[in-house]
Design a protein around this ligand. Structure first.
Ligand code: NAD
Length: 353
């Protein structure tokens, strides 16, 4: 197949891991007879430096002509002055909003080879394989807000429309159908009116997916269950704020932030794919970045935007093989264990394809 991929490296370790993932995707294209065209654009801090705008119009135009977007990371100390008129993160939020990317998918898996690296007991981490589906463009992060007069009072508003909940719930139920057919919806229906609507809408959507087992958890209980029985979850559906908090909590299960991918999707096949981590300025330019989160994001791009399931699986298996062969970047190496560079790890994954 032919596909055009918009490539937005961004800042810090973003360009380092993005360069390796376009190499990986080119290797996949060669092996499976596809033709991928990569078109690069500016985003984040580097776009502020070069164009005075964290999301230049030319970048939006590149993305509009593409089948999917692959993004590294944005931000860094150079642009972190809170009084600055533009912040790099605006570029990312602008992209999500411009394309209406309402469903954020974050898979969290434990790797047998890395279990000793996580802070939970090994037996709790057996076979953890969770897919978070987080509502991304509504809820309390986008509601009415105000810091009032004297600075001693402020409010934020959590609003959900039934249609917004149904839209993201459909994504979660469909994902569960393709996995172990279990969905846990997280809310705070005992206290919040918006979360009672959330629960009613999820129950109604379930009528179309009666092969999927549905569980409801209050968010406070969910934080605890995530650490005491992580391997009992399949798909976890949550609103914008609860999904943000829970998926970060779950990231410790995988052993390093550098391992985790994400996809932000809308109703058609278009999506934005980026690792969960930020620009890691503390290790940028040193060849220490773990490319796994970025590689798994590229695999999600193949799976969700290009429907290339076998090719996505080939990337995931190659990463497993490189880990099983004992290769570790510094963030996942045990104390005293030798580590490899970003380039060495990437070369090993590509040769395992
Ligand atoms: P971070 O994710 O960049 O780094 C946190 C820690 O994890 C650091 O010690 C870093 O070295 C390590 N780390 C992260 N990714 C790694 C990888 N692939 N391999 C090895 N180690 C890795 O978070 P932060 O330090 O809080 O933020 C740094 C900058 O990134 C800030 O400007 C922040 O705003 C931005 N940020 C951007 C995004 C994004 O682009 N989506 C997300 C989070 C943070």
């Amino acid at each position: 197949m032919k596909a055009t991929i918009a490539v937005l490296p961004g800042d810090g370790i973003g360009p380092e891991v993005v360069a390796k993932s376009t190499e990986l995707l080119s290797a996949i294209a060669d092996k499976h007879g596809h033709e991928f065209t990569f078109v690069e654009g500016l985003i984040g801090g580097i776009a502020i430096d070069e164009r005075g705008d964290p999301l230049p119009a030319e970048t939006v135009a590149i993305c509009e002509k593409a089948d999917a977007i692959l993004l590294g990371a944005v931000g860094g100390p150079k642009w972190s002055d809170p009084t600055a008129t533009v912040q790099p993160e605006r570029g990312l939020l602008g992209l999500r909003q411009h394309f209406g990317l309402f469903a954020n998918l974050r898979p969290v898996k434990t790797y047998p080879a890395l279990v000793e690296h996580a802070p939970l007991r090994a037996e709790l981490l057996q076979d953890v394989d969770i897919l978070f589906v987080r509502e991304l463009v509504s809820g309390i992060y986008f509601g009415d807000r105000q810091e009032q007069g004297d600075g001693d009072s402020a409010f934020d508003t959590m609003t959900y429309q039934r249609a917004e909940v149904e839209q993201v719930a459909n994504v979660a139920f469909r994902a569960a159908q393709g996995r172990r057919k279990k969905l846990c919806s997280v809310d705070k229906a005992n206290v919040l009116a918006s979360m009672r609507l959330w629960r009613r809408a999820v129950v109604d959507v379930r009528a179309e997916y009666d092969d999927v087992e549905l569980e409801h958890l209050l968010v406070d209980a969910a934080t605890m269950h995530l650490l005491t029985r992580p391997n009992s979850f399949d798909v976890i559906l949550a609103g914008n704020m609860f999904g943000d908090i829970l998926s970060d909590e779950a990231s410790v299960l995988a052993g390093s932030l550098g391992m985790l991918p994400s996809a932000s999707l809308r109703a058609d096949q278009f999506g934005l794919y980026e690792p969960v981590h930020g620009s890691a300025p503390d290790i940028a330019g040193q060849g220490k970045a773990n490319p796994i989160g970025m590689f798994l994001s590229a695999a999600m791009l193949l799976r969700y935007s290009l429907q290339l399931e076998a090719e996505a699986g080939a990337i995931e298996s190659a990463i497993d093989a490189a880990l099983d062969a004992g290769l570790r970047t510094a963030d996942i190496a045990s104390p005293g264990e030798a580590s490899v560079t970003t380039d060495e790890f990437a070369a090993a994954v590509i040769s395992c394809l």
